[in-house]
Design a protein around this ligand. Structure first.
Ligand code: C2E
Ligand code: CA
Ligand code: CA
Ligand code: CA
Length: 273
């Protein structure tokens, strides 16, 4: 029984080590993921609800790990943020989107920007250089950020957004309503779009509370002359509800799962037939 106890402790220790060990191993691999060309983008269409037209898409990052298979961004983005690699990753995404854009006849591609990336003092300078060198076309890029960027330092954030806007970028607020921030910032900003989180959209047709919240977000947005994109639309019921209450755009598995560029181009072609 004594040795079993000791064993128990030892096993526990090993399990802990394994978790941290696994993490540092993954981080190690992430360092070389870019140069080894293991990052890939998927595209997820955004559909104008009134016309059914695909007007834009969100770029979603994947890591094709040689041994683990596809690693979800929910796992490696936090790792990249902790380690500072997020800046390299973010620049890779912007460059790739800029290349892919030229093959897509869409109004914009939405790119997720991590708050860790955004708050860095040289973020603007890096973007400016990329624009100046003709690497990215700001007029075709929508930067998606969560409302957490406004909690940190509203004034500074606002200045940065202003600078980016002058370059031609547009913005959307991702996961709107989930970030515990005050709504006050909305009245001072000219952000174009609010994204209604999948958490609200999921139970439309099932839970009246989520329906009220969704309608409220649409109302707030229209009051500030912002557009709304509903995330996670999976069925006809949700789409009909969103249409009825004036949501502008829909994104979700109902149309397609996120797909690689070539498949996306084919998908767009089929829709136009
Ligand atoms: P997000 O920005 O909120 O992206 C939406 C997520 O919801 C995506 O997951 C998308 O695949 C998923 N989704 C969209 N429609 C549906 C639906 O109808 N049903 C279901 N079940 N899911 C749906 P994904 O691709 O796993 O991305 C997870 C998160 O990782 C993103 O959440 C975003 O925060 C982050 N992320 C993805 N790409 C990037 C990137 O390039 N840079 C940064 N910084 N973060 C990224
Ligand atoms: Ca997003
Ligand atoms: Ca989102
Ligand atoms: Ca989310």
């Amino acid at each position: 029984a004594k040795t079993a106890g000791k064993n128990g402790v030892r096993i526990f220790d090993t399990a802990l080590e394994m978790i941290t060990g696994e993490k540092s191993e993954l981080l190690q691999d992430l360092h070389s993921a870019i140069e080894r060309d293991q990052l890939a983008l998927l595209y997820h269409p955004q559909i104008e609800i009134s016309t059914g037209r695909c007007v834009g898409a969100e770029a979603l990052l994947r890591w094709e790990h040689p041994r683990r298979g596809v690693v979800s961004p929910d796992i490696f983005i936090p790792l990249a943020e902790e380690s500072g690699l997020i800046h390299e990753v973010g620049q890779w995404v912007l460059r790739r989107v800029a290349q892919d854009c030229t093959r897509l006849n869409l109004d914009y591609i939405a790119v997720n920007v991590s708050i860790k990336e955004f708050v860095r003092s040289d973020f603007i300078e890096t973007i400016k250089t990329m624009v100046r060198d003709g690497e990215i076309d700001p007029f075709r890029i929508e930067l998606e950020m969560t409302e957490s960027v406004f909690i940190e330092n509203f004034e500074r954030t606002n200045e940065k957004l202003q600078e980016l806007r002058e370059m031609g970028f547009r913005f959307s607020i991702d996961d709107f309503g989930t970030g515990y921030s005050s709504l006050a910032y909305l009245k001072n900003l000219s952000i174009k779009t609010l994204k209604i989180d999948r958490g609200f959209v999921k139970d439309i047709g099932i839970n009246p509370n989520d329906e009220v919240l969704t309608r409220t977000i649409i109302d707030i947005a229209s009051h500030f002359e912002m557009k709304t994109v509903a995330e996670g639309v999976e069925n006809e019921t949700q789409l009909a509800f969103l249409k009825k209450f004036g949501c502008d755009l829909a994104q979700g598995y109902f149309f397609t799962k996120p797909i690689p560029l070539d498949a996306f181009i084919e998908w767009l072609g089929r829709r136009c037939e």
